[in-house]
Design a protein around this ligand. Structure first.
Ligand SMILES: *Cc1c(COP(=O)(O)O)cnc(C)c1O
Length: 241
């Protein structure tokens, strides 16, 4: 258990983030509740992660699968917690990760998608994934080139394993050091890419995972259905960076 003052601060932060996400949703003329907040817990230990759940956040994102496994050994999370894997994922980590029923946001190669299909089929665990697109075009960023997405979606639609893995949308991050306007343009480009892919392939692709602590309002304005928020939730609880 974390101490009561940390728990109180965590609850306050969670409520403030919910408030700001609601405000951004309303400002974008979108229905209340149409944006899911994923609490990104990579900065904190298992106890603090559980504290965030107790504050009310039931949807958690981890970057590294090993950390997801370890936290689940250290504390007992309620059954209704939904896990999201949002960082680069190695294929040899899938076997131990799928039993947590994660949504995988970071499919960044056809090989990884194939491996997820194989493992989800073998374990009979239906798995939802997002294709991570490198929308900023930066060499250093992970993610697929926009033109790589269509063949992956078409081959998945055409495969007999479609019930094992469903591509439900796209994930994107704004480039390093982009200002608010540039970030918003990249989020808009992600949405337009999704719309184009839907038209070309017939896949619904309803989910857009985009927006973090610093740019979630712009992402929501451009149609994000999931925002991945870490540092805002832990303000006042971490040693200064
Ligand atoms: C760390 C991280 C986040 C959260 O970022 P904050 O700026 O701390 O909100 C979101 N998405 C990914 C992929 C991350 O690695």
């Amino acid at each position: 258990m974390i101490d009561p003052s940390s728990q109180a601060r965590l609850t306050e932060n969670w409520q403030a983030v919910q408030h700001d996400v609601d405000a951004a949703t309303t400002a974008a003329d979108r229905p209340a509740g149409s944006v899911t907040i994923i609490g990104v817990t990579k900065y904190v230990d298992a106890e603090m992660t559980l504290g965030l759940v107790h504050a009310g956040c039931r949807v958690l994102g981890e970057n590294r699968p090993q950390v997801l496994w370890k936290k689940n050994e250290e504390v007992a999370f309620p059954d209704d917690v939904q896990w999201h894997l949002i960082g680069h994922l190695q294929r040899n980590k899938l076997r131990r990760s799928l039993p947590f029923h994660p949504m995988i946001h970071s499919v960044d190669s056809p090989r990884l998608l194939t491996a997820i299909v194989e493992e989800a089929t073998a374990q009979q665990i239906p798995t939802k994934v997002l294709l991570e697109v490198n929308i900023s075009g930066e060499e250093a960023k992970t993610g697929l080139k926009p033109q790589e997405l269509r063949p992956m979606i078409e081959s998945q639609l055409g495969s007999s394993d479609t019930d094992a893995v469903e591509i439900v949308g796209l994930m994107a991050m704004a480039g390093w050091g982009t200002d608010a306007d540039a970030a918003r343009q990249q989020f808009a480009a992600t949405r337009e890419l999704r719309d184009q892919l839907t038209q070309q392939t017939g896949a619904a692709l309803p989910e857009l995972s985009m927006g973090m602590s610093g740019d979630f309002a712009a992402a929501i304005a451009e149609g994000a259905t999931m925002v991945r928020i870490g540092s805002r939730l832990f303000e006042g609880l971490l040693p200064p960076a």
